[in-house]
Design a binder for this molecule. Structure first.
Ligand code: C2E
Ligand code: CA
Ligand code: CA
Length: 567
């Protein structure tokens, strides 16, 4: 019986070379370390490879041969899943052929005539070692659910392709499942797993026979690194179709982002961009595919610029707070009730920047507190300043981003502002967008309860844009509903929209809270809202958001009217 260690099984090398002399030289160089098989042309080589698939460690392949040349062998081996695993070193005297062979997937080359024996031995040994190592890792490093690579290995592998095959034109692709959490919650984890596995299979089928690789990046995100393709619509459709076949009852939607390789852009960045593209179509009903393009690149640069410039902007006080009035429309004429503080950025080089361009960006990057602290402190100071100067207290509301609600220092910071400016908490209202209430609602409610105990009033912003059910909102601690602008836009022409507004007013009555309608621009909208029982309006009809100096005029007018009412 042979015990391991007694004899060393020699690795098999196939030498494919039409010239007998060359075969002999290579044989001599390799015979001490390897078991050598010989073929005289491509056809013969393929036959031997087929019969030694599991034992062959490497093929040394001449390119110029009769019957079937080396290029064809390379191509055929690459197209075959099982042969593809065997590394190939090409034997060539021609520089030009070398490049093409490498492009076709050869691992290395040996130049003819063969002289430096040690170099040849070292190359063969190195390539075998690399390829065996890779196969070992490959077998171990798979995602157990889908059988795709796991992310660590995927990136290492992709990195190698990126580095060693700079001429291949590759795409970074990110595939994601819309609202996968809900799909899981509604249909159970088992069904969720089936979706992931089916998608994994579809991706594998798409990549089969190509150089492309894929992994499951996290729960429902799949990353692909594959040869450039012009028609990702068809690819996405193919994946989507596989999921559609799973169930007629449950509809699962995919979205896809693609970033073609750009010169000099790192792999990590390529995937970040594909991910950005993929997120741009999140939740969209019409578009599910986005290819990263020049525009997005520019926007990315712009965003990066804004992130970089934030600190300096605060130091140099480039942010300006504007104030937009809220009027009580049930009194006649309407009375100034309060105002919302809205930030603008006057950038020394980029000019006037709307909050829509930087607020979501800072929220995503965890920097929003920098802007908001600035705005809150301005607003608190402004209430005090107007009271001092004009003798009237105009309550202001400020926006509180959802991430801030979870800042443990929030309450303390706000109370300090109130105290420092000699205000009452009633004068400083907090607007929190409805969608903030959908996740981690319990924790949010706890924080808000405490703020209300201190006397802060909470306005639920953008009401109607989120997904909260009547059940949830009736248990939420809020003092005011701010109806989302989109409800008002078409109430003049569209009766159905007006019915929705009435419905929201009904909900508010049921909750016993007043309603602020945002975005009223015309007299007609105003009268419709008033007649329907809406309490307050904030919109261009009364005024756009104004700098503090201009807003003063509105306060003065209000004071005048008050005097007249008294007379
Ligand atoms: P928002 O809180 O819903 O603020 C109302 C937005 O509607 C403001 O846009 C306001 O200018 C606009 N608006 C008001 N009336 C009308 C109207 O009649 N017609 C039209 N077309 N628009 C009207 P703005 O100032 O561009 O702010 C956009 C969003 O940026 C705000 O929406 C808010 O979510 C956010 N934001 C603004 N300032 C701050 C801030 O200091 N902190 C935070 N966290 N977010 C802010
Ligand atoms: Ca707001
Ligand atoms: Ca709003």
């Amino acid at each position: 019986m042979i015990k391991s260690g007694q004899i060393k099984r020699q690795r098999q090398v196939l030498v494919v070379e039409d010239q007998a002399l060359n075969r002999d030289i290579l044989g001599m160089i390799l015979e001490n370390d390897y078991e050598i098989l010989n073929a005289e042309n491509g056809l013969e080589a393929l036959e031997i490879i087929q019969t030694h698939l599991n034992t062959l460690s490497i093929v040394l392949l001449d390119l110029m041969m009769p019957v079937m040349d080396g290029f064809e062998v390379l191509e055929r081996m690459r197209a075959d899943e099982r042969m593809r695993r065997i590394p190939i070193i090409v034997l060539t005297a021609e520089k030009k052929a070398e490049l093409r062979a490498l492009q076709l997937g050869a691992a290395d080359f040996i130049a003819k005539p063969y002289d430096a024996h040690e170099v040849i031995l070292a190359r063969v040994a190195r390539i075998i070692e690399l390829s065996e190592g890779r196969q070992l890792i490959r077998a171990a490093e798979r995602d157990s659910l889908t059988g795709l690579y796991n992310p660590g290995f995927f990136f290492e592998y992709a990195e190698q392709i990126y580095r060693y095959h700079p001429h291949w034109s590759m795409d970074a692709v990110v595939v994601n499942i819309e609202r996968f959490h809900s799909v899981n919650d509604l249909n159970g984890r088992l069904f969720g797993d089936t979706i992931l596995r089916t998608l994994g299979d579809a991706i594998r089928e798409f990549l089969r026979g190509t150089e492309g690789i894929a992994c499951r990046r996290d729960a429902d995100r799949f990353d692909l690194y594959c040869l450039h393709c012009e028609d990702y619509h068809t690819v996405l459709q193919f994946f989507q179709q596989k999921l559609n076949e799973l169930s007629h009852r449950v509809s699962v939607r995919l979205r896809m982002g693609v970033c073609p390789a750009f010169d000099g852009v790192s792999l990590v960045t390529l995937f970040d961009r594909a991910h950005t593209a993929c997120n741009l179509v999140r939740g969209s009903y019409k578009t599910h595919l986005m290819i990263y393009n020049e525009d997005m690149y520019k926007r990315e640069l712009y965003s990066q610029r804004l992130l970089n410039d934030l600190r300096q902007a605060v130091e140099e006080r480039q942010f300006r707070v504007y104030y937009q009035p809220k009027y009580d429309i049930q009194s006649d004429p309407p009375r100034l009730n309060s105002a919302e503080a809205l930030v603008r950025w006057v950038h020394p080089e980029l000019g006037f920047i709307s909050p829509g361009d930087f607020i979501p960006l800072f929220e995503r990057n965890g920097l929003i507190h920098v802007v908001d602290n600035y705005v809150w402190s301005e607003a608190a100071g402004q209430i005090a300043a107007w009271r001092e100067k004009l003798g009237m207290t105009v309550p202001l509301s400020v926006n509180v981003s959802r991430t801030e609600v979870f800042d443990p220092g929030l309450e303390k910071g706000l109370l300090k502002l109130i105290e420092d400016n000699g205000l009452s908490t009633k004068d400083f209202k907090l607007e929190i967008t409805e969608s903030a209430y959908t996740d981690e609602a319990e924790q949010l409610v706890a924080v808000i309860e405490k703020l209300r105990e201190k006397g802060f009033e909470i306005e639920m912003d953008d009401f109607g844009s989120g997904y909260s059910s009547l059940n949830t909102i009736s248990s939420l601690p809020i003092d005011v509903l701010k109806m989302d602008m989109k409800f008002i836009q078409n109430i003049e022409e569209n009766n159905r929209d007006f019915r929705l507004v009435e419905l929201i007013l009904d909900i508010a009555r049921y909750l016993k809270v007043p309603v602020v309608a945002e975005g009223a621009e015309t007299e007609h909208q105003l009268s419709l809202l008033r007649d329907a029982g809406c309490d307050y309006v904030q919109g261009y009809y009364f005024s756009r958001p104004l700098p503090a100096e201009e807003f003063e005029n509105l306060i003065r007018k209000e004071i005048e009217m008050k005097k007249e009412r008294k007379v």
